[in-house]
Ligand binder design. Structure first.
Ligand code: NAP
Ligand code: MG
Length: 404
């Protein structure tokens, strides 16, 4: 079989630890035998970020702006321990944070369902897709820890130099203060991205904030969503038989536990961070969740929703077998290849991605899986595979066209 040819390279962002170990194995065994893979490679491993003073992350984000589609491996966001562990010059920012701030947009995370793993929430039958606003709020904050009491104020100076002030609190002793922001433009594109996603996937859209408490900040999200829906999407939703539902964040959490699933849950940045891990874990595993950043300018970045799986990496370094599940990493590749195919008019890329994804689901449903899934699957797994054996099994099945 001749290999599928690509027109435009994917922007490839490599990462750290266990996911860095698996990344080339996935490429070599599952993609390169079938596709003449073109990528522009950026090493976002922590050493390279340190060496380049994190310039590499900015270059990679700019490359996504140039080519349109990126695929990203999981990366370390350094804390104090990591600075020591890797002898870093600096506690570099989260690469995801940097990239999201440059591309703006919304991260859509969708659980990958298999019929032998039942969600922890009994009523859930269909995937709950998380739509996480990827700009601003606490992820782009300014914070002060005060050593004494004093007056905490919030000040805005407009472009003519006029100041608006508001007192936050007269502190009577040491305390903490935080300033956050968002923009009407980013919130609007968040709303549009969610409504477009709902229409494309034919699922309802749910959105929640805490507008009863945050009467300007959160209420702005609510008003922008409702206005854009009324003006641009109401008719399209009605025609498609879909609905947009707004409520309070605590109400939505309670209600979500009683639904069958099958909706898009649009979340503000922090809510999305927290809730998407809960939803992923309730559907089975962090490794069974696909994730894509959709920017309002038409850029796409596909990634896994989990981290670098540090604990498994240390086992790997000791020469031990690991049980790291590569499904989300592979779905990052299939998502990126499918989108590249769509943009470049290469349906064979999308067909390949469909085939690889189906092979993964069938393999797990046939009872071959890594330990994380074996622990929760029913009927029990036929064979528990280590990280590499699982990829090898997929490769064999892909070669044979799904049967084994
Ligand atoms: P993690 O890598 O997501 O792993 C946490 C735990 O979840 C693992 O120890 C493992 O549980 C389980 N797990 C996650 N992915 C798995 C997979 N593919 N297969 C099997 N089990 C999996 O989070 P972390 O260990 O807290 O963070 C490690 C590093 O990742 C940190 O430096 C953090 O900054 C970074 N991080 C990066 C991203 C990103 O780039 N998108 C996201 C989150 C975190 P068991 O140990 O019980 O097997
Ligand atoms: Mg998180």
């Amino acid at each position: 079989m001749p290999k599928i040819q690509m027109k435009t390279p994917l922007v490839e962002l490599d990462g750290d630890e266990m996911t860095r170990v698996l990344w080339p194995v996935i490429k070599e065994k599952l993609i390169q035998p079938f596709i003449d893979l073109k990528t522009e490679y950026y090493d976002l491993g922590i050493k390279k970020r340190d060496e380049t003073n994190d310039r590499i992350t900015i270059d990679a984000a700019n490359a996504i702006k140039k080519y349109g589609v990126g695929v990203k491996n999981a990366t370390i966001t350094p804390n104090q321990e990591r600075v020591k562990e890797y002898g870093l010059k600096n506690q570099w920012k989260s690469p995801n944070g940097t990239i999201r701030a440059m591309l703006d947009g919304t991260v859509f995370r969708k659980p990958i369902l298999v019929n032998n793993i039942k969600p922890s929430v009994k009523s859930w039958e269909k995937p709950i897709v998380m739509g996480r606003h990827a700009y601003g709020d606490v992820y782009k904050n300014a914070e002060i820890k005060t050593r004494t009491g004093g007056k905490a104020e919030i000040v805005f100076t407009d472009d003519k130099g006029n100041e608006t002030r508001e007192t936050i609190m007269e502190l009577s002793g040491p305390g903490i203060i935080q300033g956050i922001h968002n923009t009407d433009e980013s919130i609007s594109s968040f709303a549009k991205a969610c409504f477009e996603y709902s229409l494309e996937e034919k699922i309802d859209c749910w959105f929640a904030t805490k507008d009863t408490i945050s009467k300007r900040y959160d209420q702005t999200f609510k008003i922008i969503f409702e206005k854009i829906f009324e003006n641009e999407y109401k008719n399209k939703f009605e025609k498609a038989g879909l609905s947009f539902f707004y409520t309070l964040i605590d109400d939505v959490v309670a209600r979500m536990m009683k639904t069958k699933g099958g909706m898009l849950w649009a979340c503000k940045n922090y809510d999305g961070d927290v809730m998407s891990d809960m939803v992923a874990s309730a559907f089975g595993s962090l490794a069974m969740m696909s994730s894509v950043l959709v920017s309002p300018n038409g850029y796409y970045e596909y990634e896994a929703a989990h981290g670098t799986v540090q604990r498994h990496y240390y086992k790997h370094l000791k020469g031990e077998k690991t049980s790291t599940n590569s499904v989300a990493l592979i779905f990052a590749w299939t998502g990126a290849l499918r989108k590249r195919g769509e943009l470049d008019g290469l349906p064979e890329l999308a067909a390949f991605s469909d085939k690889l994804e189906k092979t993964i689901i069938k393999t797990i449903e046939d009872g071959y899986m890594t330990g994380d899934l074996a622990a929760i699957c029913a009927p029990p797994a036929k064979k528990i595979l280590d990280s590499i054996q699982f990829i090898d099994t997929l490769a064999q099945r892909l070669e044979k066209g799904n049967s084994m």
